[in-house]
Write a protein that binds this ligand. Structure first.
Ligand SMILES: [Zn+2]
Length: 84
């Protein structure tokens, strides 16, 4: 019989969730444009395509841009732009 069983480090007892990120694949030789497009379109946590909403206020001449991830239920962007 095996006498030594693997013991988990004590700190791991308190871990609720972990996020595995493969940085090597994520940033593999991506051009600055590819990185920008990926950052713009994908959730930084899970990579799911972000959903954008734009609310235009013609009185104040502004557009409110929000992006959120359906999978993580987080809002990742909240920007306002002036109409040109
Ligand atoms: Zn996500």
């Amino acid at each position: 019989m095996a006498t030594h069983k693997q013991k988990q480090p004590l700190a791991l007892d308190n871990v609720i969730a972990t996020i595995d990120v493969n940085l090597k694949t994520h940033f593999r030789d991506a051009t600055p444009l590819e990185r920008f497009m990926q950052e713009y379109n994908e959730c930084p946590l899970c990579g799911t395509e972000l959903l954008y909403t734009h609310v235009t206020n013609f009185v104040h001449g502004s557009v409110k841009e929000e992006a959120h991830c359906e999978a993580c239920k987080i809002r990742t962007k909240d920007n306002s732009h002036h109409l040109q």
